[in-house]
Design a protein around this ligand. Structure first.
Ligand SMILES: CC(C)(COP(=O)(O)OP(=O)(O)OC[C@H]1O[C@@H](n2cnc3c(N)ncnc32)[C@H](O)[C@@H]1OP(=O)(O)O)[C@@H](O)C(=O)NCCC(=O)NCCS
Length: 182
């Protein structure tokens, strides 16, 4: 049984190990650095960092951090999901889905209106994410050619999409072009 909960400082080493394992030796260290940077970044707040636990062990992690929509003043609370990872040996067992579903539940309860993600369209569309550009939301950096559908949005409050539009501005740590290359 997987249990999803907010993480604690004691989970940080296990969370780093999850990202290292899931993203591999090339991309892993960059993602571990991204997580550490975001957790310490005042511009990322409020943030929601959640761990999936199985048999007392951290096996997955998802992080949501605050974003602004430019022009500001549209009265919107928005977050971005990045990163998400599950230990390689335990993928395909619903742990990623449990992290996303519980994360969305917590975000909705906290009054978040919109959640953005840059990721696999076939995976995130299962949860209700839709291509964001066509709905009026530009990413902070141009999405690589042919991958437009990877930039996605999901509304947690019905009626927000269509009423609000603009360019998404992330926390300082995520606002680096190297995180938007793929
Ligand atoms: C992507 C990831 C988080 C999914 O976690 P998970 O626990 O394996 O996912 P779930 O068990 O909830 O869902 C599994 C389903 O998603 C599908 N899926 C997994 N990765 C996918 C991908 N890249 N594109 C499309 N579908 C994908 C599986 O085929 C499976 O489909 P099924 O239910 O029809 O069998 C995990 O595979 C992972 O850590 N990958 C490496 C890191 C990564 O790429 N993170 C995401 C960056 S956007």
């Amino acid at each position: 049984m997987v249990k999803v909960r907010f993480d604690t400082p004691e989970d940080r080493a296990a969370i780093a190990a999850v990202h290292e394992g899931a993203f591999g030796s090339t991309q892993g260290p960059e993602i571990v650095g991204l997580v550490a940077g975001l957790l310490a970044d005042a511009s990322a707040r409020p943030l929601y960092s959640m761990a999936a636990e199985m048999d007392g062990r951290v096996v997955g992690h998802v992080l949501f951090t605050a974003v602004q929509i430019q022009p500001e003043g549209q009265g919107i609370a928005a977050q971005i999901l990045a990163p998400l990872a599950v230990l390689p040996g335990l993928q395909g067992k619903g742990i990623g889905s449990a992290l996303i579903n519980e994360g969305m539940r917590q975000l909705a309860a906290a009054g978040v209106d919109l959640v953005f993600v840059l990721g696999y369209p076939d995976y995130y569309s299962r949860f209700g994410f839709r291509p964001a550009r066509a709905l009026g939301f530009d990413a902070p950096y141009a999405i690589p050619a042919g991958h437009d559908d990877a930039w996605m949005v999901m509304e947690l409050k019905p009626g927000v999409i269509g009423r609000v539009r603009g360019t998404v501005q992330c926390a300082d740590t995520l606002n680096d072009p190297r995180h938007w290359r793929e």
